[in-house]
Design a protein around this ligand. Structure first.
Ligand code: 1HN
Length: 371
């Protein structure tokens, strides 16, 4: 792409140059000025587009999967959510993957580990559990759980439970882009449970109290707390919203953190829950970083680059990096809560985080279309 600007590539191709490019091509070489403006954009131009996946469309299809494939054949029985512009790398947005996993009562998927970091956000059903490095955790609706890089993990649903559906989030496209992925199936297919149920939650669930008998021993690059249940999360958001207005762009947003460092839960993935009180409309802004949202509670809409996406509980939507966005709580009586995960730990570690307020129209952007 030629740009007639000093400092940018503005070469006009001629037959002589075309012949020269062909000569370079013979030796796996090329002229930088033919691509320079594309590979050095003035600002981020994500390949991903905004997408909304509505739960009412997908739920019947997800529930159909158990009749079609067994978990032991599929490895993981998941309907993945794919960005139409990122199909070749199975990304939902940017370098993040997401999907909906379904498991019937009494089913269990084999244990494995991989270099990718993973998380789950429980959507429906009862009796779900995850085992991570010997710790078994019981999971209920809207609980958030980590299966960090290199941990043995498996999931299942108790015999006495009901069909469960949860959202998986992983950094697979990132780890693959870095050519750093490994995958190992557990030699016994199931790992032994070596610790009391929910033991990390028992030790670390109150951020202002640190277990002195454990913290010196924790050297791993992710949170020692693996489960972040919904009830205390919502309580904390409600308590904060009674005293604070929150961010003009994100309302009452709380980050799930590693209680030892106060930083992101895993080295490559951060996660948050935010509350937008009844009727709130946030101001528009943009920042680097890709986000996957799930509507944990309530209904409303997001406006992303001028396009409006109406959403209900359990809908999932993708926010590409540097897209101007704002949120509205459509209800005058009920809270709106948005769960999200993101690649901000990567952006921050690489010094690539940038943020900008949208200045026109009192901070709200014009809505040009809806999806
Ligand atoms: C994985 O390990 C799980 O553990 C789910 O449930 C989805 C998608 C790609 C690679 C690994 C799981 C996954 C995955």
């Amino acid at each position: 792409m030629r740009e007639d600007v000093i400092g940018r590539s503005r070469v006009i191709d001629t037959p002589e140059l075309e012949a020269y490019y062909a000569q370079l091509g013979r030796f796996e070489a090329g002229a930088l000025w033919t691509v320079a403006n594309d590979i050095e954009p003035w600002f981020p131009r994500p390949a991903s587009v905004p997408v909304i996946w509505r739960y009412r469309d997908l739920r019947p299809l997800v529930r159909q999967a158990p009749a079609l494939v067994k978990p032991e054949d599929a490895g993981r029985r998941v309907v993945m959510l794919v960005n139409p512009k990122r199909r070749e790398i199975s990304a939902a947005v940017g370098l993040l993957y997401t999907g909906l996993q379904v498991m019937n009562a009494g089913e269990c998927a084999s244990a494995h580990k991989h270099a990718a970091s993973a998380l789950r956000f429980i959507m429906e059903g009862s009796g779900a559990f995850t085992v991570v490095d010997g710790e078994r955790m019981t999971l209920g609706a809207r609980d958030f759980v980590l299966t960090p890089v290199g941990t043995w993990h498996e999931h299942g649903v108790d015999e006495s439970g009901t069909q469960c559906i949860w959202q998986d989030g992983l950094d697979i496209p990132l780890v693959n882009a870095l050519d750093a992925n490994f995958f190992t199936v557990h030699p016994n297919l199931q790992q032994p449970v070596t610790q009391p149920i929910d033991s990390s939650y028992a030790a670390y669930s109150r951020g202002f109290l640190q277990p002195a008998f454990l913290r010196q021993n924790w050297k791993k690059p992710y949170s020692p707390l693996l489960k972040y249940p919904w009830e205390p999360t919502y309580e904390a958001l409600c308590a904060a919203s009674r005293c604070h207005e929150g961010s003009p762009y994100d309302g009452i947003l709380m980050e799930y953190v590693n209680p030892i460092t106060g930083g992101a839960v895993m080295p490559t993935i951060g996660a948050s829950m935010q509350l937008l009180p009844p009727g709130l409309r946030t101001r528009a802004h943009r920042h680097t970083g890709s986000f996957v949202y799930q509507v944990a509670k309530g209904r409303g809409c997001a406006v992303i680059d001028g396009c409006r996406y109406d959403f209900e509980e359990k809908d999932i939507f993708a926010l590409p990096s540097w897209s101007i966005h704002e949120f509205h709580n459509a209800s005058d009586t009920d809270d709106l809560c948005l769960f999200s995960f993101n690649d901000l730990p990567v952006m921050r570690a690489l010094a690539l985080y940038q943020e900008q307020a949208y200045a026109e129209n009192g901070g709200h952007q014009p809505i040009t279309a809806s999806a």
